[in-house]
Design a protein around this ligand. Sequence first.
Ligand code: CMX
Ligand code: CO
Length: 150
Amino acid sequence: MITRIDHIGIACRDLDASIEFYKTTYGFEVVHSEVNEEQGVREAMLRINGTDDGGASYLQLLEPTREDSTIAKYLAKHGEGVHHIAFGTPDVVATTEEATRTGVRVLYPAPRRGTSNSSINFLHPKDCHGVLTELVQAADAATPSSANSH
Ligand code: CMX
Ligand code: CO
């Protein structure tokens, strides 16, 4: 089940320059930043709307940390721009299984660590009409089993 847009991921050559652009043009503020070495990114999350309880929507600005990373490869081929969309779900494993059943390729056999210790997986863009699609379960999202225990 997908419940919201979590973020739009944007590939940047210079993270600080992109942050400055979104601040100057729209007044968006960085609410979180981190380096995710597994994904090869330095990233900043800019909140667009919502609250901090996992219900917000963000822009995720992504700068590569190494030349062999996904974002570096994307920048070399396409230049800066929208890289992926990310849907929020309370259960990333169940949602990826639903996608697999419809014939869409899921990129990881099990979820990996995303921003702020979220659990993430990706659907292949070639199976999603050209859109790289991320599925995100927030770290504090209640899973169906834990929700039932209350
Ligand atoms: N959106 C749409 N199409 C894309 C794409 C994207 N972001 N990235 C690649 N493609 C297309 C390419 O254009 C290419 O199409 P053609 O064959 O028609 O030219 C095809 O997919 C293969 O592209 P590639 O450059 O050879 O790229 P790879 O197959 O090596 O990688 C993918 C593509 C999706 C497997 C890889 O980007 C990936 O593993 N993504 C998931 C991880 C990720 O994106 N991490 C960074 C963000 C982390 C976060 O959000 O927290
Ligand atoms: Co993302």
